[in-house]
Each structure stands twice: as C-alpha cells, then as structure tokens.
Design a binder for this molecule. Sequence first.
Ligand code: HEC
Length: 235
Amino acid sequence: MKKLLIPSLSLVMSLLLTACNNNNDTNGVSQQMPSGDTSQQEQSSYDRELVEFPENYNKGVNYTTVHRGNVREELYTSQEAIEAVQNGQPFPDGTVITLEIYRDEELDEIFVMEKRTGWGDQTPEGTPRNGDWQYQEFNADRSLDYEEDIGRCFTCHANQERDEYINTLDEMKSYDLENFTGSKESSTESQITRIPTDHWVVKEDSQDNLLRDSLIENEEKAGIIQKVLLMIHYS
Ligand code: HEC
C-alpha cells in the first residue's frame, strides 16, 4: 500500500507544478525570462519603490492611442507636461507618463515613467541612465509587477535620447489641448466611452440583477440606469 502511495503523490505534485507553470505562461512574460533566481537577483538592483502608482492618471490628458494587432495602448500625461513640450521646454519635475495596455480590449498592464530631479542617480551602476526618468510596471489591478525586468525599459527608451527618452513626443507636440480643456460636456462623454471596464463599480451583472429581480422590466431601461450611474460615478 505504502509503495503505491508514494508514486501517486509525486504524480499529483508534478501535475500541480505543471498547472502553475501554465498559469505563469499566460502573461507571455515568463517565457522570455531567464530562470527564477538569476532574474530576481538582477532585478533587485533596481529600486522598485521609486515610482508609485499614479492615482487619477486617467484624469490627465489622454494625448494619443496606439493600435497594434489586438493591442490597444492609451497614453496619458499631465496638461503641464504637454504645455512644456509645446513651448519647447523640458518636462517639468514630477512629470508622469502612463501607458495602459489593453489586449483584446481587456486592460492587461500599466506602464509608468516618472521624472524627478536626482532620480537619474538611482539607477544601478553600469546600467543606462535615461536622464532623470524611472520606470515601473503595474498589473491591471494596479499592484506592482515585480516579475518585470525594468532594465529593458531603460535599454529600449534610451534610443529616444534626443527626444527626452520619449517615443511619442510628436504626438504630445501636435495634441490640441483645447480637446482637453474644451467644453465639459464633450469631455465627459469621451471619458465614459474610454473607461477601463474592469474598474467599474457598476458592472453589467448589476444590470442583470435588476432584470432578474424584475425591478426593471426591460433591458433598455436597465441600460439607461447603468449609464446614469456611470456618469455619476465618473463625474
Ligand atoms: C522594445 C522597446 C520598448 C521597451 C522594452 C519598452 N518600451 Fe515603452 N515605449 C516604446 C515605444 C515604441 C513607445 C511608443 C508607444 C508605442 O509605439 O507602443 C513606448 C511608450 C512608452 C510610454 C509613453 C511615453 C513614450 O515614450 O512615448 C511609457 C510610459 C512607457 N513606454 C513605459 C515603458 C516601461 C515602464 C517599460 C518597461 C516595463 C517600457 N516602456 C519598455 C518602446 C519600448
């Protein structure tokens, strides 16, 4: 009996391990990473506490959108940053640029770069220094993604040195700030159509609940109510 138990236990263990591996692979990142230990050692040399999650980033200027296959990226920064670029000045101290990455219309990752005086000195020795910019990657639920190798952000963005390490400087230059500061009505409307759905407090299933409870007898009315709730929530 004992003899049989041990092999079957190890079978269960290996099945469990396979399941975990599969899970990790779904984000597509772990495949490119070197095996666990070494990558963690390399990454720990970057100070991952510097750039915090920029709360309210999506109240800033959504200055451009990039489409690539099933990926959509929404780029945000402050009005002050856009104004500085348009006036030919360097990015102000404290500038934050946020890039939302949607895969198949679902928010997947949030990339952030932030510039603060002296932050250039915080990069590990022997690694590129991109002015005073630091980088950070967050998961869709806004938690920090420690698995991500921040070094690759520096390496690739270093190619844009003459544009202050920014790839979308032209888009910032040509952005019409009137769209942002313009009539309140239209900006509210465009904000609603762009909300990342996984942060909705009012979700589709609440509409279903209303329907199921026969509080509202038709879908159209439920739809209108949901819209109003969203407007209140985001105003
Ligand atoms: C292989 C090159 C590459 C790597 C690696 C890379 N980026 Fe970018 N990044 C770009 C490009 C190109 C854009 C412009 C938007 C686009 O075309 O997708 C961009 C745009 C951005 C922007 C908006 C500002 C800008 O430069 O236009 C932020 C913020 C950003 N990246 C953060 C990051 C972070 C954080 C990392 C690391 C987790 C990272 N990037 C890794 C190439 C890269």
